[in-house]
Design a protein around this ligand. Structure first.
Ligand SMILES: *Cc1c(COP(=O)(O)O)cnc(C)c1O
Length: 364
C-alpha cells in the first residue's frame, strides 16, 4: 500500500537527543546535561519577559530590529547583515536548507556538534567527519574532505562536546584554502566564555570575506535556552537569502524583549563568566585529584573520560550519578562512548558531583 514517504535520507536520521532532565528517586536534582547557565537567566531578561506578556496578542517585529541594532552597536557590526532566529539552531538549519541539497556534502569535525550533520541529512546531503587531533579540530584533515560537492564547512569554536578550540590563525587558514563558493560557518556558541588572546569569534572574518558566517546564541552565558534565541552575522548576499526563506515572524516578541534586556545586563554576564571560570577550575582540579582524565575546557562544561571497567565506565557512572540526583550527558552519539559531558552546575551541584565521584574513585 502506498503511504506518505519523506525524501531520501530523512529516515536515516537519528533524532537529536537533548540532555536529559529526569532523575527518579533523587531528592534534589542538578541538571548538568545541557550546558545551561548555572546562574539561571539574567534577572533583567526575566523582567522584560514578564512585561512582554501584556502584548502577547501583537505580532512581533518580524525583523527583530531592536535586537539587531543593539547587537550591532555592542559588537560594532552591520545591523543589516544580522539575522535573528529561534535559537542559533534555526539559523544553522536555514543555512543548510538554502545551500545543501541532494548529492551535496558538508564537512565537520569528527566529534563536532551534531546539529550540522542532522541538518545536512534532512536536506539530502552527506555529512563528512574529519578526524581530530587531541579531540581538537584539525584544519588539514577538514580540507582533505572538501570536494566539488562540498557546500558548507561547519566549525564549532570552541566545540561542544569536546570543549576545545582552534586559534583565529587556524580558522583563517581553513578559509584561505576553501573555494570561494564553499561557506565556512563559525559556530561561536561559547564565544562569551573565551578569554584567550589567540581566539576570535569570527565576526571580523565575516566582514573580510563573502563566504564566512558566524552564529551566536543566547542559550549559554545569557541563560535563555528556553526562550529560543540566537543570531548570525552574514555577508550581505547570504543575509538576503536567509531573510527570504525564514518565517516572517521567526522570533517571538518576548524573545526579542528578553534578548535586548539580557544584552543590557552586563553585570549578569560578567558574574556568570567569573562563576564559570572559578567553578570549572575547581572541578578540573577535583577531577584530576580523583585520577580522572578530562579535556581542559573553554566552555561551560567539561568532557570527562572514564575507565572501561564495569561499574566505573561512562554508562554506569551516568546511571549512578543520576540516582544521586546529578544528571550528566552521555556522548556516545559523538563517538565518545568512554566520556561524559558534565556542564558546570550551580555550586551545590558541582560539590554533589565530586562527592558522588569520590565514592567511586576516591581510593585510586
Ligand atoms: C548550545 C549550542 C548551540 C546553541 O543552540 P541554540 O539553538 O542557540 O540553543 C549552538 N552550537 C553549539 C556548538 C552549541 O553547543
Amino acid at each position: 500500500m502506498a503511504s506518505p514517504t519523506p525524501r531520501p535520507g530523512i529516515l536515516d536520521i537519528k533524532p537529536y537527543v537533548p540532555g536529559s532532565s529526569e532523575a527518579p528517586g533523587a531528592t534534589r536534582i542538578f541538571k548538568m546535561s545541557s550546558n545551561e547557565s548555572a546562574l539561571g537567566p539574567s534577572p533583567k531578561a526575566m523582567e522584560a519577559f514578564e512585561a512582554a506578556s501584556r502584548d502577547l496578542h501583537l505580532y512581533p517585529d518580524g525583523a527583530s530590529t531592536a535586537l539587531r541594532e543593539q547587537l550591532a552597536e555592542i559588537y560594532d557590526l552591520d545591523a543589516g547583515r544580522i539575522v535573528c532566529g529561534a535559537g542559533s539552531d534555526e539559523l544553522l538549519q536555514l543555512l543548510t536548507k538554502a545551500y545543501v541539497g541532494e548529492g551535496d556534502n558538508i564537512v565537520q569535525t569528527d566529534h563536532g556538534f551534531l546539529v550540522y550533520a542532522l541538518a545536512a541529512m534532512g536536506n539530502g546531503g552527506e555529512p563528512r567527519f574529519a578526524p581530530e587531533k587531541n579531540l581538537t579540530a584539525d584544519v588539514d584533515e577538514m580540507l582533505k574532505l572538501v570536494d566539488d560537492k562540498t557546500r558548507i564547512v561547519f566549525l564549532a569554536n570552541p566545540n561542544n562536546p569536546t570543549g576545545t578550540y582552534i586559534p583565529d590563525s587556524e580558522v583563517r587558514r581553513l578559509r584561505e584554502n576553501l573555494r570561494e563558493d564553499v561557506i565556512l560557518v563559525i559556530d561561536s556558541a561559547y564565544a562569551e566564555y573565551m578569554e584567550e588572546p589567540d581566539y576570535a569569534d569570527g565576526a571580523a572574518m565575516v566582514d573580510d570575506f563573502d563566504n564566512v558566517v558566524m552564529t551566536r546564541t543566547f542559550s549559554k552565558i545569557y541563560g535563555l535556552g528556553g526562550m529560543r534565541l540566537g543570531w548570525a552575522y552574514f555577508p550581505a548576499a547570504i543575509a538576503d537569502v536567509i531573510n527570504r526563506i525564514r518565517g516572517p515572524f521567526n522570533v517571538s516578541a518576548p524573545a526579542i524583549a528578553a534578548g535586548v534586556a539580557a544584552l543590557e545586563d552586563t553585570d549578569f554576564v560578567a558574574k556568570n563568566l567569573e562563576f564559570n571560570r572559578r567553578e570549572r577550575d575547581w572541578l578540573q582540579q577535583q577531577l584530576g585529584g580523583l585520577g580522572l582524565d578530562f579535556v581542559p575546557s573553554y566552555g561551560n562544561f567539561i568532557l570527562v573520560k572514564f575507565p572501561v571497567t564495569p561499574g566505573k565506565n561512562a554508562n554506569d557512572i551516568q546511571s549512578y550519578l543520576r540516582a544521586g540526583g546529578v544528571i550528566v550527558r552521555e556522548v556516545g552519539a559523538y563517538k565518545l562512548g568512554e566520556y561524559l559531558r558534565i556542564s558546570i552546575g550551580e555550586e551545590d551541584g558541582n560539590r554533589k558531583l565530586i562527592e558522588l565521584l569520590r565514592e567511586k574513585f576516591g581510593n585510586e
